[in-house]
Design a protein. Structure first.
Length: 543
């Protein structure tokens, strides 16, 4: 039975006297108990399509076509009808739970809100239902989490709370909009398993929106590939993966970082070394704020990095990856040895470190958050010259143009602002800002996790080219092991502040020694279908 039927859907937005066509003549359907994936890069129209199904688009949107749910027309429906369907028959899970959850309300209050609004539940019955939902989505010690606020939960726990809210009223269709993009690979696998199990138990249908075809292969019965607002290919998942017909689908399927980095020169000198590096944060309690314990963020980390080499640092959120990098950069206090170019800089003061800063640069995960919206690209890239008091020796604009060309940006765009660029272009700007100072060491903190798969490949290729040209050393922090495998010569695996495995990339990936590393590898590379088993030609839900 067809649950959701979308026919010739077109969506355009009116903005500053212009009309922007976001979705063009999109048609697909979702049957009861089926998972359909909408796949495509950022800006392809996936989320706009999903939001239009229950009238969640702004007033500036013009919608044409037909969207029916259980035979009832949703486009042009009265607000009372749409409110009855939203959160009741159709529920949403969004990409970033931290922005979707109210930071001022407890977990119990937020889940109860959905129950009160649609079922009129409150008091003890509502609390009982909230606990049932939290247990169902796998939150341990659910009773102790009722009074927790979103910032007190991990990323995986926040996403589970979002799923609990979505399930509160027993929806028939669950719309999951990039629900695992911001999560570690192991947590991602857990959430996918959870959704598959809930789909089976609750008999729900699911519309799964993602840019990651690896996830589609795991969860979807059918797939619709979107490009520039249109569905360019759709069909059963196995068929589309085995025989992609459209060039764009073929491009997406091929979009995975390939190859290995250039070998490190035999005579490459050690650039960075740490010995027994430790970062412990004190826990203060009581009126006198006595230290009663420590959060052991990094324990006894000993690593070595040569010129022209990439050291990949992997592990789940909270494992200490970024803390280790911040300590190496001397941005937080630590104990132990940090040796850079043969000098122990662990005890250096800010004045001593300042000349060294230009040789140790960093590129962050979110380029939009790390670039000033009030500065032009020229000002952003050239900012380091003023900070370090470096005489350029030639026209500054020419130097900016030179480094922009080096990272694949057109210099004619240097007068624009960050909001005028795509995510991949903004990351190139962040790399250019670091590269213009010609550093020896570049710390890359999740530089590709917020990017589409095709853009990830471009950034990996760019970083390898820059390393080959300039002999750069990279500290590459990531939870995406596919990217790490393509970039790193050596790999450090961290868990709860400890280095649990350390060695050559090939050895760690091909023959992991610890159970934790094996679990990370399985979550990242095991492409077995989750939530689907074949039965007599039909695809049925299972875990």
């Amino acid at each position: 039975m067809t649950l959701l039927d979308v026919s010739n859907l077109s969506v355009s937005f009116r903005q500053d006297g212009r009309v922007i066509q976001a979705v063009r003549n999109v048609s697909f359907s979702v049957a009861a108990g089926e998972t359909v994936a909408l796949v495509g890069e950022s800006g392809s129209g996936k989320s706009v399509t999903a939001l239009s199904t229950v009238g969640l688009l702004p007033d500036s949107a013009d919608i044409e076509g037909s969207v029916t749910f259980e035979g009832a027309q949703m486009i042009g429906a009265r607000d009372t009808e749409l409110r009855r369907v939203r959160g009741n028959d159709i529920s949403f899970i969004f990409q970033e739970p931290m922005t979707s959850l109210n930071p001022l309300h407890t977990v119990e209050k937020q889940v109860t809100e959905a129950l009160t609004l649609h079922q009129g539940l409150s008091g003890a019955p509502a609390r009982a239902r909230v606990l049932e939902l939290l247990h169902k989505v796998g939150i341990r010690e659910a009773e102790s989490r009722l009074n927790a606020y979103p910032h007190q939960l991990s990323g995986g726990q926040r996403q589970r709370v979002m799923i609990a809210m979505a399930l509160a009223n027993g929806p028939k269709l669950l719309v999951a909009d990039e629900p695992t993009t911001a999560l570690d690979v192991t947590i991602q696998a857990q959430i996918l398993e959870l959704l598959a199990g809930l789909k089976r138990e609750e008999g729900m249908a699911m519309l799964f929106i993602t840019h990651d075809l690896g996830i589609v292969r795991r969860v979807a019965d059918r797939v619709c590939v979107m490009q520039q607002g249109e569905i360019v290919e759709q069909g059963p998942t196995d068929e589309v993966f085995a025989n992609p017909r459209h060039p764009y689908t073929q491009k997406l399927l091929a979009a995975e970082p390939q190859g290995v980095p250039d070998p490190v020169a035999i005579n490459a000198a050690p650039l960075l070394e740490t010995e027994a590096l430790r970062v412990w944060f004190p826990i203060h309690r009581g009126f006198l704020r006595r230290t009663v314990g420590h959060v052991k963020a990094v324990n006894e980390a000993t690593i070595r990095l040569h010129a022209g080499e990439t050291l990949g640092i992997v592990g789940e959120s909270g494992s200490g990856k970024s803390t280790l990098a911040m300590a190496i950069m001397r941005l937080i206090t630590s104990d132990g040895v940090i040796r850079f170019k043969g000098r122990d800089i662990a005890g250096w003061q800010a004045k001593q470190l300042r000349p060294l800063r230009r040789e140790m640069q960093i590129v962050f995960q979110d380029p939009f958050g790390s670039l000033s919206p009030r500065m032009t690209i020229e000002e952003i890239i050239a900012e380091g010259f003023g900070v370090h008091g470096i005489p350029t020796g030639k026209d500054q604009r020419a130097l900016v143009a030179e480094v922009m060309e080096e990272v694949g940006l057109d210099p004619v765009m240097m007068h624009r602002y960050p909001h005028e660029f795509s995510g991949g272009q903004r990351q190139r700007i962040a790399i250019a800002r670091a590269m213009i100072l010609r550093p020896s060491l570049l710390v890359l903190d999740e530089p590709t996790s917020a990017l589409d798969m095709t853009v990830q490949v471009q950034i990996v290729d760019l970083l390898r080219a820059l390393q080959h040209k300039h002999g750069l050393a990279y500290l590459f922090i990531s939870h995406d092991l596919r990217v790490v495998r393509a970039m790193a010569h050596q790999v450090v695996v961290m868990k709860e502040g400890d280095v649990v495995e350390y060695g050559a990339s090939k050895a760690v990936f091909d023959a992991p020694k610890t159970e934790y590393t094996r679990a990370l590898m399985a979550a990242a590379f095991d492409l077995r279908t989750i939530g689907k088993t074949k039965t007599g030609g039909r695809t049925e839900s299972a875990v």
